[in-house]
Ligand binder design. Structure first.
Ligand code: GAR
Length: 191
């Protein structure tokens, strides 16, 4: 069984998509652990509801050690999925899990990404720029922020009158799809 660790900070709709995917009879994978860097993240409730091990490694109290603390918890996993996870990983975890950490980002990288670009802000800046197409990207995590090799992208038209909220809402289901497609590639050993 292919074991996945999912790191979260918020609502956890991407986590839910991964859980639902792994529950398919032929998936051959399971979510082994969910780790939140924020107490109170709704994603933790989703994990609890599904009977999945879940822990908090608080970014506020583990400012410098969060990556090492996470590594201690995920050692026996095959893949780490950042699903709306807002801390930046660094140090040994990037070496031990080289090419085995993926992230979902709500824009077409290399646009609207990098340090401090996450969640609503990404859509706000994209709309301000006047792009006609946006979307989402799943990529491998390396030492940079949103700089690793791209695995899956989905393009979505920006509509007249879009707000950061409506654009985010339209892109989100494509994130879920893109993330599961990328995970499937790993499970099948095609990455
Ligand atoms: C998603 O839109 C994800 O792409 C974004 O946070 C949201 C989390 O939603 N991540 C980033 O911006 C990371 N740079 P979710 O908690 O419902 O999955």
């Amino acid at each position: 069984m292919f074991k996945i660790a999912v790191l979260v900070s918020g609502n956890g709709t991407n986590l839910q998509a991964v859980i639902d995917y792994t529950k398919r009879k032929d998936a051959g994978a399971s979510v082994k652990i969910v780790i939140s860097d924020r107490p109170g993240a709704y994603a933790l409730e989703r994990a609890a509801r599904e009977g999945i091990d879940h822990i908090i490694i608080n970014r506020k109290t583990h400012k410098k050690t969060i990556s090492d603390k996470i590594l201690e918890q995920v050692k026996d996993c095959d893949l780490i999925v950042l699903a709306g996870f807002l801390s930046i990983l660094s140090g040994d975890i990037l070496k031990v899990f080289k090419n085995r950490i993926i992230n979902v980002h709500p824009s077409l990288i290399p646009s609207f990404c990098g340090p401090n670009m996450y969640g609503r802000k990404v859509h706000e800046v994209a709309l301000k720029k006047g792009v006609k197409v946006s979307g989402c990207t799943v990529h491998i995590v390396d030492e940079g922020t949103d700089t690793g090799p791209i695995l899956v992208q989905k393009a979505i038209p920006v509509l007249e009158g879009d707000t950061p909220e409506t654009l985010a809402e339209r892109i989100l289901p494509y994130e879920h799809q893109a993330l599961c497609e990328a995970i499937e590639e790993f499970i099948k050993g095609r990455v």
